[in-house]
Design a protein around this ligand. Sequence first.
Ligand code: UD1
Length: 422
Amino acid sequence: MKLIIQGGNTLRGNVRIGGAKNAALVLIAASAIAGGEVILDNVPRISDVEIQLEIVQALGGRAEWQGQGRVLLSWPDKLDVAVPYQLAKKLRASNLFLGALAARIGHARVPLPGGCDIGFRPMDLHLKGLSAMGFEVELEHGFINAKARELRGARIYLDFPSVGATENIMMAAVGVPGTTIVENAAKEPEIVDLASFLGGVGATIRGAGTDLIKIEGTRTAGAFGSGRGSRFSVIPDRIEAGTYMIAAAAVGAEVTIENVISQHLQPVIAKLQDVGMEVAVGEDSLTVRRSGPLRATDIKTLPYPGFPTDLQSPMMALLCLVQGTSVISENVFENRFRVAEELKRMGAQIRVKGHSAVIEGPTRLLGAQVKATDLRAGAALIVAGLAGEGETEICHAELIERGYEKVAEKFCALGGRIKYVD
Ligand code: UD1
C-alpha cells in the first residue's frame, strides 16, 4: 500500500483526535481480568487494535465492534493460555496478555513479541517482575511461559521505567496475594488509564502516574474478576495529536486539534513554542499557529513527562525545515533514526552518530519515493511530504495504519492533498 502526497498546501481547520493506541491495546488485554462484559469507548479503529482483538478471540474471548469507537469484550470462564505466534509476531503489545492472563488464570504462554523494527526490545524487566511475585518463568520454543507457583506481593525496582513492564507487572500483581510495589515505574498517561480501568473493576492501585505504584492483590491468582461488567472510555491519543501539531508547524498553518488532554502534550507544546510556534490551549483542544519564521532547537527523548520517542521522527522532519542546527538525542530506543535516510532522499541534511542526529536547516524538501521503515517514520514522511515541493510517494504505508486512524481523510479535511493507493 502506498500514500501519495502533493506537497505545498497549507493546512487549516479542525481535526479530531481518536483514542490512544497504547492505552486501547493494554485495556483490551486487561479486559481479561475484569470478568463480565467490558465496553470500551473511544477505541481507535487501527490495525494494531484489530490484531489485539483477534488475539482475544483466539484465546476464547468475544471481541466485537459496536459502532464508532465502541468495542464489546467478554471472556468465558475457561480460556486458552497461549497467544498464537501468527498474531503475536505482528505487534509488540501482544506481550500485554502475559500480565493479564497471569492475573486471570495464573498461567500465560506468550510468544516473544514482534512490532516496529526500532531496536532491540528485550523483555527482561517484565520477566524479573513476574518472577519476583512467584511466577515460574521460562523461555521455551520462542514462548514465555509464566506459571503461578508461590505467589506473594513483591518490591520490584525497574532498571528503566519501561511502559510495557510496568503494565504487565501491574496486571499480574492484581492476582497476586499481598502488596506489590513497583519502583522506578513508568509514568505515562496510558499507565494511569490502566490503573483507572483496573480500579473500576475492583482492583486497588495507588500511585499510578508517579514512579512508585502500589498494587494490593487478591488472595489467589484467578480469583479476580467476580463477573462485574464495566464501561470505560480510552484517553485521547497524545501521539496522534502531536503528529498533527508538528505537521501544522511544518506546513505553516493554523490548525485546531480537538479531543486532547493538553497536559499530556506539555513536552510537545514546549518544544513547538521553542521553535517559534504559537500554541493556544483550550479546554479540550489546542490551536497551533505559525506566524513567523521557525528556529532550530534540541530534543532529548525521555520517558514521560519527557519528550516522547514516538514523536521524535515527525519532529526530525520539522527540524529539517527550520533555520539553524538542531540536535536530537534518542534515549529510549537505539534504532530510531532510520527515517533520516528517507528524509535525505528528499534533500534533508542529517548526520547520525550513535544516539544523536544533527540536522542542518533550512532545507527545501523535494517530493521523492520513500519508504515507511516503521509506524512513526511513516508519520514523519507524511509531515515531510506535506511540507515539501511536488509529489511524495510513501511505500509500506500499511505501517502507518497501525497507529493512525483515517490519516489521509483527516489531512484532506485540513486541506492537504494525500491519498492511499494499493
Ligand atoms: C511502549 C509503547 C511505544 C513507545 C514506548 C516508549 C505500547 C504498546 N507501546 O512500548 O509506542 O515508543 O512505550 O514510550 O505502549 N526495555 C528493556 N527491558 C524490558 C523492557 C524494555 O530493556 O524488559 C527497554 C527497551 O528496550 C527500550 C526501553 O526499555 O529501550 C523502553 O521500552 P518500553 O517502555 O518497554 O516500551 P514498550 O512498552 O515496548
